[in-house]
Write a new protein. Structure first.
Length: 254
């Protein structure tokens, strides 16, 4: 059984695969101070809820945007799993050309997303990943990774707004009742949701100008479901896209 782990700045998403098929997946808050033993305990408890033990994991791969946690996950793998964990990074076989000035700068999660959309769509294709930042990762018509666009994330922007405005309340990100808010809370919700939806559509329109209107687009990430329903150019959310990319990367490097 393959264990695929995507460690983000805000959430950690991991899943298990058997014969290329996802068996189960979980999300939990990323804690930067976690140790290998703490990670191992969390993994064991969650896996056992589905009748799976750490001993059932025969291979594993991790992508991490938190360098310190990558070391801890690799240490967890060495201590508790039957084989060494693969870390997504420089030198890994991707099956695609990376048309990036410095490929070492490409985030591990971005690389996994690019591999997943190339496998699914061929190209041209775009993944919009709603995480701590909103990442646009772009594959060209020939299947090469062309680069991307990074935008400050929804939660970061919302936190900055409410922390800088002394009279502005902290809110949860819920669908706005209408475009025109009748309260401060509704006004903030409308601005954040429609603001991001409009920005994303605007960026995608410019990407289409370069790649063509037949470009496939898919969204992923923890906040995708909050924004995508209000966009005009994204039709699908795939919560498992990054894990799928990790599975593909493992297959190419096992």
């Amino acid at each position: 059984m393959l264990l695929a782990v995507d460690v983000g700045n805000t959430q950690t998403h991991f899943g298990t695969f058997a014969d290329g098929r996802l068996v189960e997946h979980w999300r939990f808050a990323t804690v930067p101070e976690s140790t290998a033993d703490e990670i191992g305990a969390v993994m064991r408890n969650l896996l056992e809820l589905r009748g799976v033990g750490l001993a059932d994991i025969s291979s594993s791969i991790v992508s991490s945007t938190v360098p310190a946690l990558e070391r801890e996950w690799l240490a967890m793998g060495e201590r508790y799993l039957a084989s060494s964990m693969i870390a997504v990074g420089p030198g890994l076989k991707t099956g695609m050309a990376l048309r990036y000035d410095n490929p070492h700068e490409i985030g591990a999660d971005r690389l996994a997303n690019a591999v997943a959309i190339r496998e699914r769509f061929g190209g041209p294709a775009v993944c919009v990943d709603f995480g701590t930042s909103v990442n646009f990762d772009i594959v060209g018509a020939n299947g090469d990774f062309l680069g991307g666009i990074l935008v400050p994330g929804v939660e970061i922007s919302l936190a900055a707004l409410t922390s800088r405005g002394a009279r502005l309340p902290t809110i949860d990100l819920a669908p706005p009742k209408a475009v025109i808010g009748k309260s401060t809370v509704d006004a903030i919700r409308s601005g954040v949701v429609y603001g991001f939806a409009g920005a994303i559509d605007g960026i995608l329109t410019r990407v289409f100008d370069e790649l063509g209107e037949d470009t496939d687009v898919v969204a992923t990430g923890g906040l995708a479901h909050s924004i995508v329903p209000f966009t005009e150019l994204i039709d699908e959310v795939d919560d498992l896209l990054t894990l799928t990319g990790l599975r593909l990367l493992h297959e190419r490097n096992a």
